[in-house]
Design a protein around this ligand. Structure first.
Ligand SMILES: Nc1nc(=O)c2c([nH]1)NC[C@@H]1CN(c3ccc(C(=O)N[C@@H](CCC(=O)O)C(=O)O)cc3)C=[N+]21
Length: 303
């Protein structure tokens, strides 16, 4: 079997086209959705990611605010910047690019962001929302993976899903979202003993461990859906995921490429969350009924 490609770039393009009418509707009401990105220091990879985000914002008509702070900026300075953006009505989403320099405690920073502007979904309130099955802003990468899975037409309910990698920004929230959809979820680490014994059972294998070549064909069940969240830059400059793409492609039914899979979807869902924040801000002001995001219910059974 040669797996079909789950094309994150194409899905992103379609979704971003769809965003334009929502931006127009907001503009007609005098609101331009705005995203503020805070970057502390000069991490070259972070600069590329922030650049991608700002570019994507412009593409769909969002206003973006890029706040660059020096690498030696104090935690108090970062918190003061956030406090100002929390109050700024032109800003609907605030993102602090991770990783932060070691002298800054990420939890202090993430908890300072208004939950109404936490478009990354990293604030404890939004994380807690995932645990009980709804949240204001689902975190962008797992949210994007969920949409990529949906394009395969697979109902995850009852399926074995194995998530490799238990980070706060991908693995853990991903597992919670799939659990809500009634998948049987196993969370592994790159160092899980006999990792292959777990991954071989996966109908859906999601890999976010940051280790190139971690997943080889012998670890994958015939016909599995494989989602590669890893982004690793090799010495020769090539970007690869955590999955041996060429090898695993012969066993899987569907697979995401790197680049062009999950990465572009992360940026797209950031824009989705920022748009929703702007839409939601209007409703909150008008104090009418507003339904926050809720994990989609299992689709009705058809016979
Ligand atoms: N507060 C915060 N929120 C984040 O969402 C966040 C972060 N910090 N820190 C770093 C990670 C990483 N991340 C990516 C975004 C876009 C691509 C992306 O566009 N990838 C493309 C291009 C890859 C390339 O050429 O480098 C692709 O996979 O096709 C990848 C990775 C967001 N992150």
């Amino acid at each position: 079997m040669t797996a079909r490609i789950i094309d994150g770039k194409a899905l992103s393009k379609t979704l971003r086209e769809g965003f334009k009418s929502r931006v127009s509707a907001l503009l007609a009401q005098g609101v331009q959705p705005g995203l503020a990105v805070i970057l502390v220091g000069e991490n070259p990879a972070s600069k590329v990611y922030v650049g991608n985000k700002v570019k994507a914002c412009e593409e769909v008509g969002l206003r973006s605010f890029h706040l660059g702070l020096a690498a030696d900026a104090t935690e108090a300075e970062v918190l003061a910047t956030i406090a100002r953006l929390n109050e700024d009505p032109l800003v609907h989403g605030i993102l602090v690019q991770l990783p932060l320099p070691p002298h800054i405690e990420p939890r202090h920073v993430l908890e300072a962001i208004s939950v109404n502007k936490d478009v990354d979904g990293f604030h404890l309130y939004n994380v807690g929302g995932l645990v009980v099955g709804n949240t204001i802003f689902p975190p962008c990468t797992p949210y994007g993976v969920q949409l990529l899975l949906d394009t395969t037409g697979t109902d995850v309910a009852g399926k074995n899903v194995v998530v490799v990698g238990a980070s706060n920004i991908v693995g853990k929230p991903m597992a919670l979202m799939l659990l809500q959809r009634e998948a049987t979820v196993t969370i592994c680490h790159a160092r899980t003993r006999d990792l292959a014994q777990h991954t071989i059972l996966a109908d859906i294998l999601i890999v976010a461990a940051g280790k190139p070549g971690l997943i080889v064909p012998q670890m994958v069940k015939q016909g599995a859906i494989v989602i590669d969240v890893g982004i690793n830059r090799l010495a020769d400059g090539r970007i690869v995921g955590d999955v041996d793409f060429a090898g695993v492609r012969d066993k899987a039914s569907w697979i995401t490429p790197v680049p062009g899979g999950v990465g572009p979807m992360t940026v797209t869902m950031l824009i989705e969350n920022t748009l929703r924040s702007a839409e939601r801000a209007r409703h909150l002001r008008a104090s009418d009924d507003y339904q926050d995001w809720e994990a989609p219910k299992r689709p009705p059974e058809t016979d």
